[in-house]
Design a protein around this ligand. Structure first.
Ligand SMILES: Nc1ncnc2c1ncn2[C@@H]1O[C@H](COP(=O)(O)OP(=O)(O)O)[C@@H](O)[C@H]1O
Ligand SMILES: CC(C)(COP(=O)(O)O)[C@@H](O)C(=O)NCCC(=O)O
Ligand SMILES: [K+]
Length: 286
């Protein structure tokens, strides 16, 4: 068993693996140095699950990964399994937040994924590790050419051609960040939640005007990138991930159903990418 930890700009994403099988995922807030220490002292799987799902730093979401056929059910996990030889539960880390990376490097049994661990060609040195991993995970799972849309704190497009060569991509503020930045940097605009359904385009109040502006321009931008991708790669695949994927898919289904139909929706792309690196091979036997 091993833990994968992805440190994004909004929160931490945890994956509990049994070898190649992703058993549980958890999203938590950023955690303290004392939490890192407590996790390192866990001796059993149930202690690890306990600390992740009910620490004072309560996770906002705790999901059972139900779509993996061979995934162990939580009730069948060896909850009293004592860790055999390693002093701490093995942890594989991928982070796009350097200050958080530094904190987690204090964990005794940590491996860090870098771009060098990902066999994609043509990556530039400052490419985000989350983008490279999501692209690798999606391409190895569904095939190349592959374009990944990650609707997280930032919204990113990251594509690779049939030869697993980075084609390129783009970065823009994600849905949440666009809403927040309007509220933070103006005198009269309120903080507004994202609606579940596609709003009216021509709004007649402030709240709906913000929602409309952010959502319709983002959808138009996605449509434009997707069409450009299909122009370069008519058979190219597209996968979407990230915390805002479900909302975006629902908007796309209303506005551009032809595009929505062709998207692969997968919350765990980065975990699949981590599992498919050499680092994870190392953990498969632990
Ligand atoms: N429970 C949640 N907590 C925080 N953000 C959430 C939650 N559910 C959905 N989101 C959305 O997910 C976005 C962040 O996406 P995520 O992929 O988690 O980011 P990152 O990996 O960059 O930390 C936020 O903009 C927010 O709109
Ligand atoms: C673009 C990102 C901020 C996305 O981070 P996230 O929204 O997933 O937290 C991150 O991948 C990053 O810091 N990238 C480095 C620059 C680049 O990819 O070119
Ligand atoms: K992202």
């Amino acid at each position: 068993m091993w833990l994968a930890l992805i440190i994004g700009n909004s929160r931490l994403h945890w994956g509990l693996f049994d070898g190649k099988t992703l058993c549980h995922t958890y999203d938590t807030e950023r955690l303290s140095k004392s939490f890192v220490y407590s996790l390192s002292k866990c001796q059993t799987l149930s202690e690890v699950q306990q600390i992740l799902s009910s620490s004072p730093h309560t996770p906002r979401q705790s999901l059972f990964v139900g779509n993996q056929q061979d995934c162990a059910d939580s009730s069948t996990l060896p909850t009293s399994h004592t860790l055999p030889t390693t002093p701490s539960f093995p942890l594989l880390l991928a982070s796009v937040v350097p200050s958080q990376t530094a904190l987690w490097l204090t964990y005794p049994n940590v491996g860090v994924v870098t771009l060098e661990d990902i066999p994609l060609q043509g990556m530039y040195p400052t490419l985000g590790i989350d983008r490279a991993l999501a692209l690798w995970g999606a391409g190895k799972t569904w095939g190349f050419p592959m374009l990944v849309i990650d609707a997280g704190t930032a919204l990113t497009f990251t594509g690779a051609d049939a030869n697993q060569n980075l084609f390129g991509g783009a970065i823009l503020p994600g849905l949440g960040l666009q809403m927040a930045t309007l509220a933070e940097n103006t005198g009269q605009l309120p903080n507004v939640e994202l609606p579940h359904d596609l709003p009216q385009r021509f709004a007649v109040n402030t709240q709906q005007a913000i929602q409309s502006g952010v959502i319709y321009t983002l959808l138009a931008g996605i449509k434009d990138f997707v069409q450009a991708w299909w122009q370069s790669f008519p058979q190219g695949k597209i996968a979407i991930t990230g915390g805002d994927r479900t909302l975006l898919i629902s908007y796309l289904q209303s506005l551009f159903p032809e595009i929505a139909k062709r998207l692969i929706v997968e919350p765990n792309l980065i975990f699949w990418g981590m599992e498919k690196t050499q680092n994870a091979q190392f953990f498969h036997n632990s």
